[in-house]
Design a protein. Sequence first.
Length: 389
Amino acid sequence: MQNFSYSNPTRLHFGRGTENDAGRLAKEVLGRAGKALVIFGGGSARRSGLLNRVLSSLEAEGFTVIEKGGVTPNPRLSFVRETVDWMRDQGVSLIVAVGGGSVIDSAKLIAASLEYEGDAWDFFDGHAKIEKALPVLAVLTLSAAGSEQSIRCVISHHGTKDGIGVECLRPRAAIINPEIFATLPKHQIASGVVDMISHIMERYFSATDATAYIDAQAEAAMKTAFEYGPKVFADPKDYDSWCQVSLVGTFAHNGVFGLGRVEDWACHAIEHELSGWNEAIVHGMGLAVIIPAWMRYVSKSEPARFVQFARNVMGVEAGATDEETIERGIEKLCDFYRSLNMPLTLKDLGAADCPIESLARHCCRKGKVGHLKALDEADVLAIYRAAND
């Protein structure tokens, strides 16, 4: 195990009706009332009454509130730039994100950009580093990305999806009321479950040894998602099952499952090229296509971790060879994806015509991706081709 230093200052406020405490939490974060920018996506947050409950709570605690909607899935840099230009001299002291990962990631980048004189894209192209950011409070509407406790931020710009991770981007507080997830469309529920499991996988599939404790925690979390994900997919009003799933989702991406080891992140890099190429592609659906193809490709040279996954997480019986055990584990994972109506090929995803050669080249534009097996352009192209079979 490698040395590590870990701190998670995000206060997690969990359970029924907790969105009504947004104002109190915001005041605790700041130590006073102030001016809050509340951002959200489409009209569902308003139609459901959630946005009004959050606004009322903030105003009751003395906050001046400015609202801005319009965040899209695969959040765009253009929204961030527009918002920062509008808010630059408004004296905002807090950003409140009411939404899922796209809204929270947009809030993070806005929070950093309002503390910086240049352009937000400078943080992604290497021209600047994020040194500080306004505090962010997240009110979650979709359990998937885990952005409500993470240091990460992903943004789309001109067909490219790129990410950064800086400690000051971690939200100061996060509100999770699992009741809110009961009205989600089923494809969003399924995609979210796939995404949260993938966040654990990206850390679990590591070449770092002597990580038994963290492995066991990660395996337990994945098994919980495998058990309760189908239950909320079948019955979105199952509050108790949502409690289990949403806890997996929020802890999956807060860094705890990566403690003391080198993380991988190849599958996310490969999928981001797909949903950057076509913003209609849902991230979790793209991952369901890429992950099994990546597993089959990488496990040929790094079998031990995949045998462990097959036995400890997927619960398959050992085969006559490691290769047989690994394939049983991958096929059981694919059965899980099928149970959630997830695609398993680029054709199923509606991306059979995607330019895989250029996507592979762009994926490796900064060098190899992944760490369990570092992948070059030819490796990534082979994975895309396998995902197209």
